[in-house]
Design a protein. Structure first.
Lengths: 625, 476
C-alpha cells in the first residue's frame, strides 16, 4: 500500500514540482494561512487558489478540497487544520512555493488555530464584502498579529448585489488598523480576482527565515492518524533539517523515534521527499502509535543533536466541556469504548474515562474543547460507528474547594460532595465579545444579563455597529447561547470568546427525582439564583418527555434534599387504538409492533421507563420562550 | 367443511364525515356502475379459491353500501348466491346510513337475502350530528329504523359515538337511553369513542397530540381560536369540506360496528354549524369524562339487557355479530372490492386501495354479471383470473406460528371473554404459560388481566389500556 502511494505520488509530480524542490531557495517560499470570520468564504478562496495554481485539475477538485471529512462538508466548517503546497509562477517569471495552512474556523479550536498561525509567516484576511468586519475577524486578526504575522486583507463575495467593498475597506482600516485600500477584490465563488491574491502573497508575505545548519527545531501544528503509517506529524521547520532515518524527539512529551518518511503536502495526498530544510512546511512519519506523544504545539528536534530550547507556546489543551456518553443498548459498551479509542487516535484533545451511572449503567465521561467539538464527536460516533448514544447534559469543569483545604476539578455533577464539605466553588469565566448592529444592542445586553454576564464595555466601531464586551460564565454559553444570540439579533450578532479564568460563584447542584428516585444522570450544576426557575422548567420539560405509565409519576427538582418544583405525569387512562377496518389486522399489528419498538428506546429507571432524549432536557429549557 | 366470511367493500358515500378516514368517496352513477362491474368479476373469479368453503357470514361495508342504487347490491347478492355455498343460516349484514335507504330499497335488500342491518346513528341529538358532519338528522334515523323493521329486518345494529365535541356525560347517557327505548329495541349496539384520525378534517382541527394535558391544551387552543387567524383557518377547513368546489367533493361514510374502540385526542372543538360559521368553540370531552362515558355505557346497556362481548360491542342474547367475531377468532374470510382485507389459509393480504388500478385490472375480462347461471369457469378464464387477482392483491404475508400466536392473543383479548387456554393448546400444541407466562403474570399483577378456569381476559382497566396490554404479546 505504502509502496503504491509513493509511486503514484512520484508519477504525478516528477514533471515540474519535483525538480524545483531539489534546489530549495528560501526566498521563493511563502508560508501563510487564511483567517476569516465563519462563512466569509475562506475555504472557497483556498480552493480557487489551489485550482489556479494548477496543482489540481478542475475535474479533481471536489467542492472544497481542504475539508475532507463528511461532517465538515455538511456543516460547512473546517475542523482539522490541514496544509497544502502550491506552485505559483508569478508575474516576475519566478516560480514560488506556497505552503497554505488551513486553520479551523471555530472558537472551540482556538489553540489549534494559534499553532497553525505559529507555523506561518503571514496571513490572508478574508472579509465578506457584505458583512464587513465581525467578531471573529477581529479575534483572528489579533491572533495573527500576536504571532507576528504580516496580514493583508482580501475582500470576498464582491459578486453579491449587497456587496459594499469600499465601505468594508474603510472598516478594515478603521477597526483593525491595517492597510486595505489596495486589497484584492475577489469573488471566490466565481473565481474572479484570484490572480491578485496570488501576487499579493508573493509581495506581501515575507519569505521564511531560519538556518538549516543549526540543530533541528520544528513546530508540530497538526497531526493525523493513519492506520498504515501511524501518526503523520505536520511540521514547520524553523531551523535545521528533518531527514529520513534520523532520530527525532519531541521536547515536551520526551518521545523519540526513527523518522521513516518525510514529505510535502499535495492536495489530498502526501508527497515523500528526502528532507525538509529550514523554512519549509511538511510532514514526517515515524511509526508513532500514540497521537498523545506528538501533540500539536510540541517542538521536534534531533535526539542526537538537540536544540537548546523549545519553541514557545506549547500547552496541553484541556477539555472545557464534559458530558456522559452511554450506549443506548447497554450491551454496546465495548463498541463505544473501541470507537472512542479510534477517534482519539486522530484527536488529541478528546478526553474520556469510564464512569458508571446508576441510571444509565456503564459509559464514559468525555471532555471536549467546546460544544461544537462535542457535537462533532457525538455525530461521528453515531454515524461512523453506528452507535446509538444516550448523552447527558454537557457541563463545564468546576473547581471545588473543600473545607479540608483540598481542591478538585468537578466534571460530573454526580460527584459533588456533601455541601457541608464544600468551602466554596469556582466556575470558568470567559471574555466575550459580541459584535452587533446598534438596533439590537438592547436585546443582546438583556440576553447577557440573563446569562449572568458582567458588563465591561461598549465600543462603537462605526455609527451602526458596536462591540459589546462581557464577562460570561462558560456554563451559561455552552448550551444555546449562540442560538439565542442569533434569534435576538435576527442573525446579525457575531460572538467570540476566550477563557479568562476561574471565579468564585454561588453554585448548587440541582437533582431530579423521578418517582421519588434520584436520577444521577439528570443532575446538573446551576447558579443558585437561577435554580428555582431551571428546576421548574426541567420538571415541565420532563413531564412532556416521559410517557404515561400505569401509575402516576411525580417529577421533582431538589436542591440538597429540598424539593423546589414538582410536576406529575398522570397515570395512563386509556390506550386503545383498535381500528380493524374490514378485518385489516395487518394495520393493527403494525401499531402494536411500533408500540413495542418504542419501548426498546427507553431506559428503565426504577419502575419508570425514560426515553433517551429526556437526558438532554436541560439543554432545551429555553425553547419556546 | 371449512367456513368462510365474505366482506364486500362499497367505497361510496354521499358526503365524507369530518372524522372519517375510511376508504370512501362520493362518485356518480357511472363510476359506481364501473365499480360494480369490476366487483362482480372479482367475485366471479373468487369462486375457485373458495370452493372448499361454506360461507357463514357476509358483510357489506363501506363507505355507505346503501348510498348506491339498491340494484347493484341485489345483483351482487345474486351473484354470491349463485357462485358460493352459502349456509342457510348465514348472517348477511349491510351497513346503512339514515337518509340513504327508503322502505322500497330496504325491502329489496331483505328479499335478496340480507338479514342484518347496521344503521349509523352516532347521536340522537341533531346538533351533535351536525358537528360530526353527518348528513342526516334524528327524524331520518327514526324513519330508517321503522322502515328496516317493516321491511323484515329482525337483526339490527345501531352505531353510537361517544366523546363528540361538546358532549356531556348526560348527553351521552341520553343517547344510550334513546336507543334502548326504540321499539323493538336493536339487537346489537356498537358504542365507541370518536377517533381523531390523521387525514381527516377533525385531525386538522384537533391536532395530533394524543395525550397530555387536555385542560391546558384546550385553553391554548381556545385562545388560539380567539385570534382571527386560526379561526379563519378552522372555518376554511370546514367549508372546504362542505362545498364541493374545493377539488374534493363532499363525501359521506359510515363506520361499521367492527371499528369498536377508539383513541382520541382531546383538544379544541369546531363549530356546531356545518355551514362554517363559528358560533361557539366546543371542546372534546376531557379524558376523564370520556372514560366515564365508556364505563357508563356498559352499565346502562346492561340494565337494558345487553351484554358486552367485545371492547365496544354489545348485544342481546345470541345476537353477537358473527362476522366480526370471525375477525377476532382467526377464522378465514375473503374481502372483495377496493382495499378489502382477507385471511385465507394462513395468508393475510388486501386489495389495492387505488380505485383506477382496481377498475382497470378487470377491464379485459368479460362481464360475469350476465352469466349468473354459469357455475364453472373455463380454463382461459381461470388463468386470466389468477393474473388479475395477483395484480390487485398487495402485502401478502404468510402467518408463521409465532405470528399466529400473537394474533390469537391480541385479537382474542378484544373480546370480553378473552382467550381460552385449551384453545391455545389445541392450536399451537403448547401450554400458553410456557409461551406467555411472564407477560400474563405481569399483567395480572398490574390488575389488567385475570384468569378464570380456562379463560384469560382483560379487566375493565385492561380493556381501557388494551393496546398497552396487547403490545406485550408481540414477540421481540
Amino acid at each position: 500500500m505504502q509502496e503504491v502511494c509513493h509511486i503514484m505520488a512520484f508519477d504525478n509530480y516528477q514533471n515540474g514540482i519535483w525538480s524545483i524542490m531539489s534546489e530549495f531557495d528560501q526566498s521563493k517560499v511563502r508560508n501563510f494561512c487564511i483567517v476569516a470570520h465563519i462563512d466569509h468564504g475562506k475555504s472557497t478562496l483556498a480552493d480557487r487558489m489551489i485550482e489556479t495554481t494548477g496543482v489540481l485539475t478542475s475535474r479533481e477538485m471536489q467542492n472544497q478540497v481542504l475539508d475532507n471529512m463528511d461532517i465538515e462538508r455538511e456543516r460547512g466548517i473546517t475542523i482539522k487544520s490541514q496544509a497544502v503546497r502550491m506552485i505559483y509562477k508569478a508575474k516576475d517569471g519566478e516560480e514560488y512555493v506556497f505552503n497554505m495552512i488551513d486553520t479551523p474556523g471555530h472558537v472551540d479550536f482556538g489553540y489549534e488555530v494559534s499553532r497553525s498561525l505559529a507555523a506561518c509567516d503571514g496571513a490572508i484576511l478574508v472579509v465578506d464584502a457584505t458583512q464587513g468586519v465581525e467578531a471573529q475577524t477581529l479575534a483572528n486578526v489579533y491572533l495573527a498579529l500576536d504571532h507576528d504575522l504580516d496580514v493583508f486583507p482580501v475582500i470576498n463575495k464582491i459578486d453579491l448585489p449587497s456587496a459594499r467593498p469600499d465601505e468594508v475597506k474603510e472598516e478594515i482600516e478603521d477597526v483593525i488598523g491595517i492597510e486595505a485600500h489596495d486589497a484584492p477584490l475577489v469573488s471566490a465563488k466565481l473565481g474572479t480576482g484570484i490572480e491578485d491574491v496570488l501576487e499579493s502573497v508573493v509581495h506581501r508575505i515575507p519569505a521564511p527565515t531560519g538556518d538549516s545548519s543549526k540543530p533541528l527545531k520544528a513546530l508540530i501544528f497538526d497531526s493525523v492518524y493513519d492506520s498504515y503509517r501511524g501518526v503523520i506529524v505536520f511540521v514547520r521547520v524553523r531551523d535545521g533539517v528533518l531527514k529520513k532515518g534520523m532520530t527525532a524527539k519531541c521536547m515536551a512529551s520526551g518521545a523519540s523515534w526513527e523518522v521513516v518518511e518525510v514529505g510535502y503536502f499535495g492536495p489530498g495526498q502526501f508527497i515523500p521527499c528526502d528532507e525538509l530544510v529550514a523554512g519549509s512546511v511538511g510532514y514526517f512519519t515515524a511509526s508513532i502509535k500514540n497521537i498523545q506523544d506528538a501533540r500539536v504545539g510540541d517542538t521536534v528536534t534531533s535526539a542526537d543533536d538537540p536544540c537548546e530550547e523549545a519553541l514557545p507556546g506549547y500547552k496541553k489543551v484541556m477539555p472545557m466541556v464534559y458530558c456522559g456518553l452511554y450506549p443506548a443498548d447497554t450491551a454496546k459498551y465495548p463498541e463505544l469504548r473501541d470507537a472512542l479509542e479510534k477517534l482519539q487516535l486522530n484527536d488529541a484533545s478528546l478526553f474520556y474515562e469510564p464512569e458508571t451511572s446508576q441510571a444509565l449503567g456503564f459509559g464514559f465521561r468525555a471532555g471536549f474543547l467546546g460544544l461544537l467539538h462535542l457535537e462533532v464527536i457525538q455525530e461521528r460516533l453515531e454515524r461512523e460507528y453506528n452507535l446509538d448514544l444516550v448523552t447527558t447534559a454537557p457541563g463545564v469543569v468546576y473547581k471545588v474547594h473543600k473545607t479540608d483545604g483540598t481542591v478538585f476539578d468537578l466534571t460530573n455533577p454526580a460527584n459533588l460532595p456533601d455541601p457541608a464539605e464544600i468551602d466554596y466553588m469556582e466556575e470558568p469565566i470567559v471574555n466575550g465579545e459580541i459584535m452587533v448592529t446598534t438596533e439590537y444592542v438592547g436585546s443582546i445586553m438583556q440576553l447577557c444579563q440573563e446569562r449572568r454576564g458582567k458588563y465591561i464595555s461598549t465600543e462603537y466601531i462605526e455609527a451602526t455597529r458596536a462591540v459589546l464586551k462581557y464577562e460570561l460564565p462558560l456554563n451559561e454559553i455552552i448550551y444555546d447561547f449562540f442560538d439565542a444570540l442569533k434569534s435576538r439579533s435576527r442573525g446579525y450578532a457575531s460572538f467570540d470568546y476566550e477563557i479568562k479564568g476561574y471565579e468564585q460563584s454561588e453554585l448548587v447542584k440541582l437533582d431530579i427525582l423521578i418517582n421519588h428516585e434520584q436520577v444521577d444522570a439528570l443532575s446538573f450544576i446551576v447558579h443558585k439564583d437561577g435554580a428555582y426557575d431551571r428546576g421548574r422548567k426541567m420538571c415541565e420539560k420532563l413531564k412532556g418527555e416521559i410517557p404515561r405509565h400505569l401509575f402516576e409519576i411525580p417529577i421533582q427538582a431538589a436542591i440538597g434534599g429540598k424539593i423546589i418544583a414538582r410536576e406529575t405525569v398522570r397515570a395512563m387512562r386509556k390506550d386503545v387504538l383498535a381500528k380493524c377496518y374490514g378485518g385489516d389486522i395487518s394495520r393493527k399489528r403494525k401499531l402494536l409492533e411500533k408500540q413495542k419498538e418504542g419501548k426498546k428506546k427507553m431506559r428503565q429507571i426504577g419502575s419508570v421507563e425514560i426515553p433517551q432524549q429526556a437526558f438532554l432536557s436541560v439543554l432545551k429549557l429555553d425553547e419556546g420562550n | 367443511m371449512k367456513t368462510l366470511g365474505i366482506y364486500i367493500h362499497i367505497p361510496f358515500c354521499k358526503q365524507k364525515c369530518l372524522y372519517c378516514d375510511f376508504l370512501s368517496f362520493p362518485e356518480g352513477r357511472a363510476q359506481q356502475a364501473l365499480y360494480f362491474a369490476a366487483l362482480s368479476k372479482e367475485i366471479g373469479m373468487g369462486t375457485e379459491e373458495c370452493s372448499d368453503y361454506e360461507v357463514v357470514s357476509i358483510f357489506f361495508g363501506g363507505g355507505t353500501p346503501t348510498s348506491v342504487s339498491a340494484d347493484f347490491i341485489v345483483k351482487t347478492m345474486e351473484l354470491l348466491k349463485n357462485r358460493y355455498k352459502i349456509r342457510s343460516d348465514a348472517e348477511v349484514t349491510i351497513e346503512c346510513n339514515p337518509g340513504t335507504a327508503d322502505f322500497e330499497s330496504l325491502k329489496l335488500y331483505r328479499e335478496s337475502g340480507i338479514n342484518r342491518i347496521s344503521i349509523g346513528l352516532q347521536s340522537a341529538k341533531d346538533d351533535e350530528l351536525r358537528r360530526l358532519g353527518r348528513i342526516h338528522d334524528l327524524k331520518q334515523f327514526e324513519d330508517c329504523y321503522k322502515n328496516a323493521r317493516a321491511a323484515g329486518f329482525d337483526n339490527v345494529n345501531v352505531d353510537l359515538m361517544s366523546a363528540i365535541p361538546g358532549q356531556s356525560l348526560t348527553d351521552w347517557e341520553n343517547n344510550l337511553n334513546y336507543v334502548c327505548s326504540l321499539s323493538p329495541k336493536p339487537e346489537h349496539i356498537s358504542a365507541y369513542s370518536l377517533i381523531i384520525e390523521e387525514g381527516t378534517p377533525f385531525y386538522d382541527m384537533y391536532g395530533d397530540d394524543m395525550d397530555g394535558d387536555s385542560d391546558r391544551k384546550l385553553q391554548e387552543s381556545i385562545s388560539d381560536n380567539m385570534d382571527g387567524d386560526s379561526d379563519r383557518k378552522l372555518q376554511e377547513s370546514i367549508s372546504d369540506n362542505m362545498d364541493g368546489d374545493s377539488g374534493r367533493e363532499p363525501q359521506e361514510c359510515i363506520s361499521d360496528d367492527m371499528n369498536g374502540d377508539s383513541c382520541r385526542k382531546p383538544q379544541r372543538d369546531i363549530s356546531d354549524d356545518r355551514c362554517g360559521t363559528m358560533k361557539k368553540i366546543l371542546p372534546l370531552p376531557d379524558e376523564d369524562t370520556e372514560r366515564e362515558m365508556y364505563h357508563r355505557t356498559r352499565e346502562i346497556l346492561k340494565q337494558n339487557g345487553y351484554h358486552r362481548y367485545e371492547i365496544s360491542n354489545y348485544s342481546l342474547d345470541n345476537r353477537e355479530c358473527l362476522h366480526n367475531k370471525r375477525y377476532w377468532q382467526g377464522g378465514d374470510y375473503i374481502g372483495f372490492g377496493l382495499g378489502a382485507a382477507s385471511l385465507m389459509d394462513n395468508k393475510r393480504f388486501h386489495n389495492t386501495g387505488d380505485f383506477q388500478k382496481y377498475l382497470s385490472a378487470f377491464e379485459p375480462v368479460k362481464a360475469v354479471g350476465d352469466e349468473l347461471n354459469k357455475n364453472n369457469l373455463n380454463d382461459e378464464e381461470k388463468c386470466n383470473g389468477k393474473t388479475i387477482i395477483s395484480v390487485i392483491r398487495e402485502d401478502e404475508e404468510n402467518l408463521d406460528k409465532t405470528a399466529k400466536m400473537e394474533e390469537f392473543m391480541f385479537l382474542g383479548l378484544r373480546m370480553v371473554n378473552g382467550v381460552s387456554k385449551a384453545e391455545f393448546k389445541s392450536r399451537f400444541g403448547e401450554n400458553i404459560e410456557n409461551i406467555y407466562g411472564d407477560v400474563i403474570d405481569g399483567l395480572v399483577s398490574d390488575g389488567l388481566m385475570e384468569t378464570e378456569n380456562e379463560n384469560i381476559y382483560l379487566t375493565e382497566r385492561g380493556l381501557d389500556l388494551s393496546n398497552y396490554c396487547m403490545a406485550k404479546f408481540i414477540f421481540e
